[in-house]
Design a protein around this ligand. Sequence first.
Ligand SMILES: C[S@@+](CC[C@H](N)C(=O)[O-])C[C@H]1O[C@@H](n2cnc3c(N)ncnc32)[C@H](O)[C@@H]1O
Length: 254
Amino acid sequence: MSEVYNFPKYYEVAFSFRDIAREVDVFEECFRQFSKIPVRSVLEIACGNSPHMEELVKRGYQYNGLDINEAMIAYSREKAQAFPERVNLVRADLVNFELDTKVDFVFTLLDSIFVKNSGELQSHFDRVADVLRKGGLYFLDWCVHFEIATFEDAVSWEMEQNNIRVKTTVQWQAISRSEQTFRETITFEVDDRGNKNKITGSIIKRAVYPQEFLFFIDRQQHFEFVGWWNNWNLKKPLKDQIKIDRPIAVVRRI
Ligand SMILES: C[S@@+](CC[C@H](N)C(=O)[O-])C[C@H]1O[C@@H](n2cnc3c(N)ncnc32)[C@H](O)[C@@H]1O
């Protein structure tokens, strides 16, 4: 497990570049266009600090969040104190989990399907099929690897909230080209009101390539492919895009 996820507050600052209300608008547009069932409850896989929880609850949805990291779950529980009856947070591994109830919509954001091999990928989709009602959608943000990856890249950005400044660097390094595994290393360089700290953590992932994803979904008894789009924009199907940024993909439970 990556060390950086033990610091939910710094994670929250680092990834605060998103427009949460706009992203929830996109979820709702997907419900209207593609869901075959009304959506009342949602499940976020690898929810971390649950950045979309409050907005979803405000709009009337029951929120379920699942994460392997106790610090992240504790942080989300703290945030949920204002509306505890609308939220259910579970510590579990996305490869093998169960929920007490079924949900109408599942989502995983920021390339967070942490699987190391094809068996774990299949197990994850089987578990999602168990908890998602027929006709409901599974929404994936950046979970398919569209770039012809060299895995020698790094990206860096800085964010600030409440006088906490975090410079984030993410690096990728190939482990096995044939098994499509790579190491993702995230570093936070934190200035917390004058207290400086550097936190680094790595995690191993298996890449999921686009045509492989289509083939994989096609083989699934419980899912069908709905579509994929660039930059959270349902007017921008990926086939027309040269430069891909924050791609989303949607599949439906059958
Ligand atoms: C990039 S964060 C995403 C957090 C949040 N969903 C968001 O949109 O900002 C990835 C999260 O995945 C969690 N995670 C890593 N491996 C996991 C696993 N095997 N099962 C469940 N959660 C996992 C980490 O603890 C971390 O909170």
